[in-house]
Design a protein around this ligand. Structure first.
Ligand code: MN
Length: 233
């Protein structure tokens, strides 16, 4: 046994629907620009025939469970929601084929990839990393993990409301890179491991929230997610 100078951080985890055990979270990967209409609204349309999927990461420590109330974060005046389908990886895989990609799936969740849009766009336009725009304390919101081992989701509605008004409404069938393609491609960069989460990208309609707003969203056949935005610290 090691002894530590101070108490190490706790393992981040999420509840699992229908089980007592929790899902221990390893890494959080996010797919950028994975719905055409969102890529267009960001001013960066995607031509899949000549472009590759790209990824960024969030710290596991940025996780917050659905239903939480969070403080409006520092260093932004344009805090955006992004409604996303989240894949929960349950098995190790490296250079996995698209045909075998489903074997890595433990389940799915509904998530919010919260974004300091002002910082992200400044970083993007200056060719800098996205970390401060994306890796935000309490900025990776996630529902309970829904066990669906081996299942590939390729359709179903994805939607989000702010204060009950619909802001995002699309379908999982509109993913540019689908679940099999994401898992196979990401596994060429990383040895995927149980506990990894993949936020698969957001459809069009992203926008800002302010203190007092309530975000609700869902992925049909998976789960719902909710977040209350409080006053800044
Ligand atoms: Mn996103």
């Amino acid at each position: 046994m090691h002894t530590y100078l101070f108490t190490p951080p706790t393992v981040e985890s999420l509840p699992i629907r229908g089980r007592q055990e929790r899902f221990p979270v390893n890494r959080i990967f996010c797919v950028g620009r994975n719905y055409h209409a969102h890529a267009v609204e960001m001013g960066r349309p995607v031509d899949k025939s000549v472009e590759q999927a790209f990824y960024f990461t969030k710290s596991p420590q940025s996780l917050v469970e659905s239903g939480a109330a969070v403080a409006y974060p520092p260093r932004t005046s344009n805090y955006h929601y992004e409604m996303e389908l989240v894949v929960a990886i349950g098995k190790t895989g490296f250079r996995v084929s698209e045909a075998n990609a489903h074997e890595l799936v433990y389940g799915y969740a509904a998530g919010l990839d919260m974004t300091r849009r002002d910082l992200q766009l400044t970083a993007r336009d200056k060719g800098r990393p996205w970390d401060t725009g994306k890796d935000i304390e309490q900025g990776a919101v996630c529902s309970a993990i829904v066990p669906m081992p081996g299942v590939v989701i390729d359709q179903g509605a994805i939607a989000l409301e702010v204060n009950g008004v619909t802001r995002q409404s699309s379908g999982i069938d509109k993913l540019i890179w689908n679940i099999r393609e994401i898992i196979a491609d990401l596994s060429t960069y990383y040895h995927l491991q149980p506990g990894d989460l993949i936020y698969t990208g957001t459809p069009e309609g992203v926008g800002a929230v302010v203190p007092g707003d309530r975000i609700t969203g869902r992925v049909e056949g998976v789960a719902e997610v909710a977040l209350d935005i409080g006053a800044a610290d």
